[in-house]
Write a protein that binds this ligand. Structure first.
Ligand code: NZQ
Ligand code: ZN
Length: 387
């Protein structure tokens, strides 16, 4: 088992009607009576959630910032930064999916930053966020785990870039996970949530055999639960127990627990982010496109773990089990209604692989994956094989 450090200060309030605790939680982090509520394109207005949340916050003056897009945009977020500065906000409540929560992590860091915050995202020398405004979240779409981790992914469509940020400052103070909120999520986004959570688990599991037996079983439990609930929860997201299992799985997949004491991969995500930056493909769908081809490309190195995955998760044994496990994974994504070929999203056959390769070289991302053996050249081949 590898050495590890584990730290997660986010308080999770899980279940129905936890909103009554909002005032109690927020008051621990602000002495003021003014807070910002941030949200996305309006689903929380249509569902009535915004009114419900505001009715719990009578003690506070509410400033609102709506319009954070899926794949949150730098320019939009900078408007929220300006608003926080003008209103002297010291607590933000993010109500939404991964995009709103990620966006607010960036805003929280940028508010007190003297300089161009984009420099932090591109990791320009010496540019880091040194403080963050306190924030909490109400998660409306279980997928990314952002509600319980300290990472964020920010897009800049002017530059066709998607950049990551994070660090201990960016854990939410608390997160409310109310599975009844899944009932208004469209099937496409429920499918994305399942695929993203599945892939987060695979990135931390499908590497090489390890001696961290607990971690291996735990990852397999998340994968098996997602497979079990997928058809039902897409059909009926208002089924409370199915929704609660999806919320719990997605949270567990990326709250930092599954990485303890094991090697991790993340190359599917790093390549996938480029496809969203270039073509606007939903995050989870980029993963379903890249993963099967990446596992084929790295087959020899992953074969042993693929065999275990085949046996424990898909109940497949025999000489061809590792290959069959890749096929099963791809069929699972397809069963969610997700196209797994890049040609279903773009015809940019030459440009896509080349840009991914050039960008990886430009950023010095010369070695990705659990063995640090995926080079920009490999990324080129993987993307090419996705068409
Ligand atoms: O914007 P609104 O109107 O709220 O609509 C959203 C959006 O259109 C809608 N939605 C969310 N909750 C809803 C709902 N519609 C009806 N009822 C509800 N209860 O769903 C759409 C997608 O929302 P979004 O937040 O973009 O989805 P997701 O949670 O999948 O987040 C994706 C973003 O997270 C990043 C991705 O790169 C992407 O930018 N990620 C963040 C990670 C992290 N912080 O740890 C890890 C992930 O790997 C990922 O990279
Ligand atoms: Zn993801």
């Amino acid at each position: 088992m590898l050495n590890f450090e584990s730290f997660n200060p986010t308080k999770v309030l899980f279940g129905k009607e936890q909103y009554s605790k909002l005032t109690r939680e927020i008051k621990q982090f602000t002495a003021k009576n003014k807070i910002l509520i941030a949200y996305g394109g309006g689903s929380i207005i249509r569902s009535g959630l915004l009114d419900k949340v505001k009715s719990e916050l009578n003690d506070f003056e509410i400033v609102e910032f709506g319009g954070i897009e899926a794949n949150p945009e730098y320019d939009t977020l900078m408007k929220a930064v300006e608003l926080c500065r003008k209103e002297q906000i010291d607590f933000i409540l993010a109500v939404g999916g991964g995009s709103v929560i990620d966006g607010i992590k960036f805003v929280a860091g940028a508010v007190n930053y003297n300089g161009e915050p984009w420099d932090v995202l591109i990791r320009k020398d010496g540019c880091v966020f040194r403080s963050a405004v306190a924030f909490g979240t109400i998660l409306t779409l279980p997928a990314t785990g952002s509600e319980s981790n300290s990472g964020a992914v920010i897009s800049n469509s002017r530059l066709q870039e998607k950049r990551t940020m994070g660090g201990p400052l960016f854990f939410p103070k608390f997160s409310i996970l109310d599975p009844t909120l899944l009932s208004t999520v469209p099937p496409r986004q429920v499918a994305n949530g399942i695929a993203d959570a599945y892939m987060h688990t695979l990135e931390q599991y499908l590497t090489v055999p390890t001696t961290n037996y607990l971690q291996e079983y735990e990852a397999e439990a998340v994968l098996k639960t997602l497979i079990k609930i997928a058809p039902g929860v897409i059909k009926d997201p208002s089924d409370y127990d199915l929704a609660a299992n999806l919320y719990y799985c997605a949270n567990h997949a990326l709250n930092g627990n599954l990485k303890n004491g094991v090697p991790t991969d993340w190359s599917t995500h790093m390549i996938g982010h480029e496809l969203t930056a270039l073509y606007g493909i939903d995050h989870a769908r980029t993963l379903a496109i890249i993963c099967p081809r990446l596992y084929e490309h790295t087959f020899d190195r992953k074969k042993e773990k693929l065999e275990r995955y085949a046996k424990e998760v898909w109940n497949i044994t025999g000489g061809n089990a590792a290959r069959e496990a890749i096929e099963k994974t791809e069929s699972f994504f397809q069963s969610l209604g997700i196209e797994t070929r890049l040609s279903a999203y773009t015809q940019d056959y030459e440009k896509a692989p080349q840009i991914v390769k050039d960008r990886f070289i430009e950023r010095n991302w010369n070695y990705l994956g659990e063995n640090q053996l995926i080079t920009p050249e490999d990324a080129y081949e993987i993307v090419r094989s996705c068409f």
